[in-house]
Design a protein around this ligand. Structure first.
Ligand code: UDP
Ligand code: MG
Length: 319
């Protein structure tokens, strides 16, 4: 890593097929960072395997401004990994991450910096509303924050986003985290530190489409919960704890019913009970197997010990 002590502010932006809005985004971002630290900023665009001409656009920006860097991953690794690559390569005293689609208002960057100057090591952008998003997505994200907080004990503020600032000391610790199944903001939350929050209303996307489909978001939610918490492993035990006494009760009930010659006229045959019980138990078994499978798959990817990302090209003017 090049350590350039002259950089105060690093801005890290993951980019995936953003060519339609990228120039407008850069045009909005640049004056803000230039105003903040005219001679001491860098903007790192992490191209996450875009298939449009995002890379060419970034190279063009870099030609005009040597403070722009391009980190081109060899393929699409997903936003979490792209952001991680950018954070790893950032050299500033503070690092701000934000989306390239214009949804994170760049005008708020001075406020993030002010909080940092006042001593916060992590400043988190909290999204208060996004009318653009469908009901399902909003409900899903709400459930996700609740569930993660419940399961992990790490307090995630509802609506906290990847629009955030971290201090260099937090970056150092962040780089020690090795898991592949990762959700960047969850990891930063796990790290702790003095945090502060800035609320914002997300803009509509500048152009293009959100790269995260509902299916992808669902998988992300499941994966991050599995990687952040082991409590799902306990679910089977809890279910068992409920089922065992229930089974005993039903058994005793059947016996009593039989002895008293069916006073409530259930006329249930023994096999009816068995059928219900069997179905129930098979369901429980399947759920437990699924959960074990989830963890196995995580252990599998972690033990493969592959590098987190592959960098195809690195274009930076300061080496
Ligand atoms: N992104 C990425 N890799 C991906 C998908 C998205 O680097 O596989 C980037 C994208 O270019 C944008 C940010 O991550 O800068 C957020 O993506 P998007 O707007 O699609 O997600 P959402 O706003 O729905 O969270
Ligand atoms: Mg977006």
């Amino acid at each position: 890593m090049t350590t350039k002590s002259d950089i105060v502010l690093s801005v890290v932006v993951p980019v995936y097929n953003e060519s339609a809005g990228l120039l407008a985004f850069h045009g909005a971002l640049l004056p803000v960072v230039e105003q903040a630290y005219p001679q001491a900023y860098e903007i790192i665009y992490c191209d996450d395997g875009s298939r449009d001409n995002s890379v060419a656009l970034i190279k063009g920006l870099q030609k005009h401004n040597p403070r722009v860097s391009l980190l081109k991953l060899s393929r699409n690794f997903g936003k979490e990994i792209a952001t991680t690559a950018g954070i790893d390569h950032a050299t500033g005293q503070m690092i701000i991450t934000l989306d390239a689609d214009g949804q994170h208002p760049v005008e708020l960057i001075p406020q993030f910096i002010a909080r940092w100057q006042a001593g916060s090591r992590v400043v988190i952008g909290v999204r208060t509303a996004n009318q653009q998003e469908g009901f399902v997505k909003r409900l899903g994200s709400k459930l996700f924050y609740r569930l993660v907080t419940r399961l992990t004990g790490i307090k995630l503020v509802t609506g906290s986003t990847d629009f955030r600032l971290i201090d260099r000391s937090v970056q150092r610790e962040f780089m020690r985290l090795t898991e592949r199944n990762r959700i960047t903001r969850g990891l930063i939350d796990w790290l702790g530190y003095e945090r502060s929050y800035i609320e914002f209303v997300a803009n509509p996307r500048l152009a293009g489409e959100a790269g995260y489909s509902f299916r992808k978001l669902f998988k992300l939610a499941i994966d991050s919960m599995v990687s952040l918490s082991i409590s799902p492993l306990y679910i089977t035990a809890y279910i068992g704890a409920v089922i065992l006494p229930a089974a005993v009760l039903i058994g005793v009930g059947m016996l009593v019913n039989l002895l008293l010659r069916d006073p409530i006229h259930l006329r249930a045959t023994g096999s009816a009970y068995v059928m219900v019980l069997l179905l129930f138990l098979i369901g429980v078994l399947l759920v437990s197997q699924g959960i074990i499978g989830l963890y196995l798959s995580h252990i599998h990817t972690e033990t493969q010990n592959r590098p987190l990302y592959i960098i195809d090209q690195e274009h930076t003017s300061r080496q």
